[in-house]
Design a protein around this ligand. Structure first.
Ligand SMILES: NC(=O)C1=CN([C@@H]2O[C@H](COP(=O)(O)OP(=O)(O)OC[C@H]3O[C@@H](n4cnc5c(N)ncnc54)[C@H](O)[C@@H]3O)[C@@H](O)[C@H]2O)C=CC1
Ligand SMILES: CC(=O)C(=O)O
Ligand SMILES: [Mg+2]
Length: 373
């Protein structure tokens, strides 16, 4: 199969779909790879590195899309990339379609088979292609939040760990999944006072076993959310219902009752955000203030540490890239129900139930849509 990797064009996005290491493996399986020139240059992967691994280099995104049957990316295709997608293509990348009508409409119109990293599952019901980026974003959320708490950023002027004789900051983490657990590890490491909320009692039980009385775990209700957010210095939003738009957990009213200079980091912004007052921001302008509360809502947080993130992402995507290339998309999807869960749009049909519900579109069983590939 011929695989194409364009350079990412989202604001300050320096990750790349395939590393030279991954390209070498793909080529060894007998496939061709075309990289857009400078696709990995910002993180130290030169065109020469890719050529040494077996790739051809193309001068433009158009040349990549015209050469390739499968496009491997990181972020959802931007408008200029969507215009290059046709029914010849399989697209393998993050999509986050539930909150994004223009993208949904254009992927449907393209006729391409679009597999979203974030809804591919594993046999434990987890999301193996989301997990490494959630690990990165969870860890970064505390780093970003600590920075936002500084006065110059609009924050309260509070140090997460306090100092001897001065209390540490209160950090509330909503969602104890991969983002939440990684945020928790960093917040505890920095000496903060941490509360974690989740709807899943088993998740809270697991965290209680790990941290004991060092942290507080709370079942997430209207009341516990209110009580733990209103006095928090820093709140991390890391909830997810896979494929669906994020539930709005923090209301506008609650934000207005928070202390001036407190900070909200809405990691779930890529699924629309879990706070009424959230709107996507970029690394160029990561924050804004509502009612005195600093909001950090960057939708591609791992792009900030693009080299680490690219390597972590390739570790998990490579086996699927090889399956898709070796067998062809149709056979690979037919053989692996977990990969099939990643199929969001196929030949003009929406094949993910949550995306269909969020976008008010008809849901078509992915098995049925596969028959048309
Ligand atoms: N902004 C960014 O750059 C990035 C964003 N993300 C996003 O972060 C979000 C979280 O991802 P993961 O941690 O991997 O998901 P996960 O599935 O591991 O964890 C989500 C947790 O939310 C909990 N939850 C669901 N509804 C809840 C509610 N009403 N109250 C409290 N908890 C609730 C679930 O029980 C689960 O434990 C996703 O939207 C993901 O796409 C991930 C990576 C990067
Ligand atoms: C998961 C996601 O949205 C990201 O890594 O940018
Ligand atoms: Mg206020």
């Amino acid at each position: 199969m011929h695989i194409g990797v364009p350079r990412e064009i989202k604001n300050h996005e320096y990750r790349v779909g395939l590393t030279p290491t991954a390209v070498r493996e793909v080529c060894q399986h007998g496939h061709q790879v075309t990289m857009e020139t400078n696709a990995g240059a910002a993180i130290g992967y030169t065109d020469a590195d890719y050529q040494a691994a077996g790739a051809a280099i193309a001068a433009s995104p158009r040349a990549v899309f015209e050469a390739a049957e499968m496009i491997v990316k990181v972020k959802e295709p931007q408008a200029s990339e969507r215009a290059l997608l046709t029914e010849r293509h399989t697209l393998f990348t993050y999509l986050h379609l539930a909150p994004d009508e223009p993208q949904t409409a254009e992927l449907v119109d393209s006729g391409a088979a679009c597999i979203a990293y974030e809804t591919v599952t594993d046999s434990h019901g987890r999301l193996p292609l989301l997990a490494p980026m959630s690990e990165v974003a969870g860890r970064l959320s505390i780093q970003a939040g600590a920075h936002c708490l500084e006065k110059a950023m609009g924050g309260r002027g509070v140090l997460l760990g306090g100092v001897p004789g001065v209390a540490p900051a209160n950090v509330t983490i909503i969602g104890g999944g991969v983002v939440g657990q990684n945020a928790l590890a960093m917040a505890v490491g920095m000496g903060a006072q941490v509360t974690v909320l989740d709807k899943n009692v088993d998740t809270l039980r697991h965290l209680d076993q790990l941290y004991g009385s060092r942290i507080t775990t709370l079942f997430s209700t209207l009341e516990t959310v209110e009580a733990s957010v209103v006095n928090a210095d820093l709140v991390i939003g890391g909830v997810l219902i896979p494929g669906a738009a994020a539930p709005k957990i923090i209301t506008r009213d609650l934000v207005s009752r928070m202390n001036e200079g407190s900070v909200l980091v809405d990691v779930a912004i890529d699924q629309g955000g879990c706070m009424d007052t959230s709107k996507p921001t970029t690394h160029a302008e990561p924050t804004y203030v509502v009612d005195g509360v600093v909001h950090y809502c960057v939708a591609n947080m791992p792009g900030a540490v693009a080299r680490t993130s690219t390597q972590a992402l390739n570790n998990v995507t490579l086996p699927y890239v090889l399956q898709l290339a070796d067998k062809g998309a149709r056979q690979a999807l037919q053989d692996d129900p977990h990969l099939l869960n990643g199929l969001n749009v196929c030949r003009g049909q929406v094949t993910n139930q949550h995306v269909a519900a969020a976008r008010g579109r008809e849901f078509v069983d992915p098995q049925e849509a596969l028959a048309q590939l």
